[in-house]
Design a protein around this ligand. Structure first.
Ligand code: GLU
Length: 488
C-alpha cells in the first residue's frame, strides 16, 4: 500500500486544458488552495491532458497564467497526466492479471443494440457483463483473431460507503455500478483509472472537486481498493449556477477568468467573490484578504446547496478591495486602462506620475472595477463632452446659478495660488454674498467641471484639474446653458 510518507495534507487541482479556465473551476482550485494552506499542506496542479483532440498547449498556458494572476501558486512542478500513460496501463494490466478486470470484446454496435433494447423496455442500461464469462480459450481465440478489446473493471458485489466532507454519508450498492471501462479499445485509459493512479502516485490526501464528480467516487474507491492503494478523503463542492438555476455557461455571461480580468476585476476581489460560492463563515463578514481566508477556511463550512453566481455582488466586493488596495499597487492597473482608453499617453505616465497617483487615491474608494477609473475619472483628462441630464435640471435651472458661475470665473482667475483652501474660500464666499447655500454653487460647479452629479470632494477635483482648465470648463458650461436656454 502506498503511504503518504509524512501525513501532510496534499491536495490537487486537476483541470483539463480543453478551454479557457472556467470561473467555476477556479472556485474549486481556490477551495483546494485554502484547505492546503490552512493545514500547512501542499497545493498541487495536474493538467489532465489525455484527451489529445480537445487539449491544447494554448489552454495549458491559459490555466498557468490565470492561476498566476489569481495568486493561486501551486507547489512542486505541475504534473501532466499524459506523462503517466504507461503507469495507467500498468495498473490496468495488474488488475487484469489479478483477475480484477477483464477484456471486453463487445463492439460498439453490439453495445448500442443492447442499450436500445434495455431502454425500449424502460430499463436502466448497464453493461451485461457478457465478456466476464469468456473462458481462457475463448479469449485466446479472439486475441489470435486480432479482435480489439477494452478492459473493464470487475465490479465486486457489496456496498461502497464513504463520508464526503460536504455531502456527508454516501452509500452505493455496487449492483448499481456496471463493469465500467478502464482502458478503451484504442488503448487509452479512462478518467476514473487515470485519476486514481495519479492521485495515488501524487500522494493526494484529500480530493476536493466539483459535485459533478460525486457519482465517479464510488468507482474510484473500488479501484483504489482493487489496486491496494490508500483511499483519500473526498469533498465535493456544490455546483455554481446562474440566477435561473442552470449551470453557469457562456449563454448567461462571462465564464473564463480571462474575461473577468479584462472586465477589470482584481485578483483579490474575484477570489473574495468566489469564496462565498458555497463557503459560509460563522459571522457576517464578507470582505476577506487571502491571508484571512487561509486562516479561516474549513471544509465543514462548505454548504452542499448549489451556489448562485451574482456578478453584481462580486463587483461590489471587488470595489471594497480596490478601496483598500495601496495606490501604488493600483497604479499600473489603472494607468494601463487610462492608456487603453486614450486618456493618457505613455509619456504622461512618467512625467505626470504624481498627479496620476493623486487621482487614483482620490477615486479609489468609489470604483468597483478598474475601468471605472476611466468612466468616472475621465474628466481629469478631458473636458466633459456632455452633462448628466437630470443633474442639469436639478442644479443649473436654479435662480442665480448663471451669475454665481460667472462670478466664480472672475474670482478664480484672480487667485494666484489656486489650492484647496483658496478655491474653497472663494466658492463659499460667493455663495454667502449671494445668499445661497454653498451646496447650490458646489453642485453647479461640479456639473460644469466633471459633467457628473457625483464626484469626490470638488475642491480636490479642482486642484487636480488645474485653474485654467477649470475656468475654461465653467465658461463652456455657461455657453452650453445659454445655447440651450437652461439658465433662468
Ligand atoms: N479533469 C477533471 C475535471 O476537470 C478532474 C476531475 C477531478 O478533480 O477528479 O473535471
Amino acid at each position: 500500500m502506498v503511504m503518504n510518507n509524512n501525513n501532510k495534507t496534499r491536495v490537487r487541482f486537476a483541470p483539463s486544458p480543453t478551454g479557457f479556465l472556467h470561473i467555476g473551476s477556479v472556485r474549486t482550485a481556490l477551495f483546494n488552495y485554502l484547505f492546503a494552506k490552512h493545514n500547512d499542506g501542499k497545493f498541487l496542479l495536474r493538467i489532465e491532458d489525455t484527451d489529445t483532440d480537445r487539449s491544447s498547449e494554448k489552454m495549458i498556458d491559459n490555466i498557468l497564467q490565470s492561476l498566476k494572476w489569481l495568486g493561486l501558486d501551486y507547489d512542486e512542478n505541475y504534473v501532466k497526466q499524459s506523462d503517466n500513460i504507461e503507469k495507467h496501463k500498468k495498473a490496468a494490466n495488474d488488475l487484469l492479471e489479478k483477475g480484477k478486470a477483464y477484456r471486453c470484446f463487445c463492439t460498439k454496435e453490439e453495445l448500442q443494440k443492447d442499450k436500445l433494447k434495455v431502454e425500449s423496455e424502460n430499463g436502466y442500461y448497464k453493461y451485461s457483463g457478457k465478456c466476464r464469462k469468456l473462458t481462457n480459450k475463448q479469449i485466446k481465440e479472439k486475441l489470435s483473431q486480432g479482435k480489439k478489446f477494452a478492459i473493464r473493471f470487475k465490479t465486486p458485489p457489496g456496498i461502497t460507503k464513504f463520508k464526503d466532507k460536504v455531502f456527508k454519508n454516501i452509500s452505493v450498492n455496487n449492483s448499481e455500478i456496471d463493469d465500467f471501462i478502464i482502458v478503451r479499445s484504442d488503448g487509452s485509459s479512462t478518467y476514473n483509472l487515470a485519476v486514481v493512479v495519479d492521485d495515488s502516485d501524487m500522494e493526494i490526501t484529500h480530493v476536493i472537486r466539483g459535485e459533478d464528480h460525486l457519482s465517479n467516487t464510488p468507482k474510484q474507491i473500488l479501484l483504489y481498493l482493487a489496486l491496494n492503494r490508500t483511499v483519500p478523503k473526498f469533498a465535493h463542492v456544490p455546483l455554481i449556477t446562474d440566477s435561473e438555476k442552470s449551470r453557469l455557461s457562456k449563454r448567461t455571461g462571462a465564464v473564463s477568468v480571462e474575461e473577468y480580468r479584462k472586465m477589470g476585476f482584481t485578483p483579490e476581489g474575484l477570489i473574495n467573490g468566489l469564496v462565498h460560492l458555497g463557503w459560509g463563515t460563522s459571522h457576517n463578514k464578507t470582505i476577506f484578504t487571502m491571508k484571512e481566508l487561509v486562516n479561516k477556511f474549513e471544509l465543514n463550512r462548505v454548504n452542499k446547496k448549489r451556489a448562485v453566481f451574482d456578478v453584481e455582488k462580486i463587483k461590489w466586493i471587488n470595489g471594497k478591495h480596490i478601496s483598500t488596495m495601496s495606490t501604488q499597487k493600483l497604479f499600473p492597473l489603472v494607468v494601463e486602462n487610462w492608456k487603453n482608453n486614450s486618456l493618457i499617453t505613455k509619456e504622461k505616465i512618467k512625467t505626470d506620475e504624481k498627479r496620476l497617483l493623486a487621482i487614483i487615491e482620490l477615486l479609489k474608494s468609489r470604483m468597483r472595477l478598474i475601468p471605472d477609473f476611466s468612466i468616472y475619472g475621465k474628466y481629469f483628462f478631458e473636458d466633459p463632452k456632455k452633462y448628466e441630464k437630470d443633474a442639469i435640471r436639478k442644479h443649473w435651472t436654479k435662480e442665480k446659478v448663471k451669475i454665481l458661475l460667472a462670478k466664480l470665473i472672475e474670482e478664480f482667475d484672480n487667485i494666484d495660488d489656486f489650492n484647496l483652501q483658496t478655491s474653497e474660500e472663494v466658492v463659499r464666499r460667493i455663495a454667502s454674498e449671494n445668499k445661497v447655500k454653498a451646496g447650490v454653487l458646489i453642485h453647479a460647479l461640479r456639473l460644469a467641471v466633471t459633467g457628473f452629479s457625483i464626484s469626490p470632494s470638488i475642491f480636490d477635483v479642482l486642484i487636480l484639474i488645474g485653474k485654467n482648465k477649470v475656468i475654461k470648463r465653467i465658461k463652456s458650461s455657461l455657453e452650453f446653458g445659454e445655447k440651450n436656454g437652461i439658465f433662468i
